[in-house]
Design a protein around this ligand. Sequence first.
Ligand code: 13P
Ligand code: SF4
Length: 311
Amino acid sequence: IPKGIDLIEEINRMRKEKNAIILAHYYQTGDIQDIADFLGDSLQLARAAEKTDADMIVFCGVHFMAETAKILNPTKKVVLPDLLAGCSLADSCSGEGLRELKKKHPGAIVVSYINCDSGVKAESDIIVTSSNAEHIINSLPEEQKIIFAPDKNLGRYINQVTGRDMILWDGACIVHEAFSLERIAEQMLNHPKAKLIAHPEAQKPVLQVAHYIGSTANLLNYVVNDAAEEFIVATEEGILHEMRKRAPGKKLIPALTIDDKCNCSECHFMKLNTMEKLYLCMKYELPEILMDEEIRIKALRPINKMLELSK
Ligand code: 13P
Ligand code: SF4
């Protein structure tokens, strides 16, 4: 990168020249969120990727999100600033592993959280995100046997709110698993007026004491619209950036994790993307998401099913 270059100016220039759209998830750094054309949760980003007519989708998020964009809009060039931006949930489950589990449960359908790779999506019947999982599971016949992959925490939570008994894959988000109930309880004692809000990827003990549980977009809306003035936020701390912008008067307290020294409430995968890498990725149009067409078509089916069911 040439010295003294104005990254914002350059990114803006290339966005116009190349007819590119920058999509960003709420867990990206503040500067990336600010420069994005569209900021959203997983479902909103998938919809934005599907409907865009830009020539290039620059996806500031993690690999499974960029891959979902490519599955939905294959004629567009999809690039991701850092190809190593993975996800512990996606890493926990493979298409092959899921096929083995399906063999053990004949008659079960597979509902997978969008945080999985295309091989897992290709083996799934329906994809869900944290904002539509409850609604979609409720829309299935009560007697239907369901395998839910890969997030056991979201799966357990959905079992609880829907009264189902889904078979759960043993995956978890390293960020949301790090929240400490003991330390959050202390925060709640120190801030008696604060409401605890949590993402459903968090573990059961944290969810049990939460005042509100929702996807990143739903947590954001809750902070903006609820009458409370203080919130303890148990999700990746990148979301605080937009919360501060949209609810400037409110006090936002990041929930504490098991270890202060590890920055555990930061997703290091999400934070691999930086403004410098965004600039380089737009300049060289790399790294690009490329997919096997057979897998893409198989993975598209359960995503389309989700989009139909969550209208
Ligand atoms: P949502 O933004 O859909 O709530 O997903 C959270 C997440 O962990 C993305 O990786
Ligand atoms: Fe995956 Fe968790 Fe990071 Fe989201 S926050 S990308 S679920 S590791």
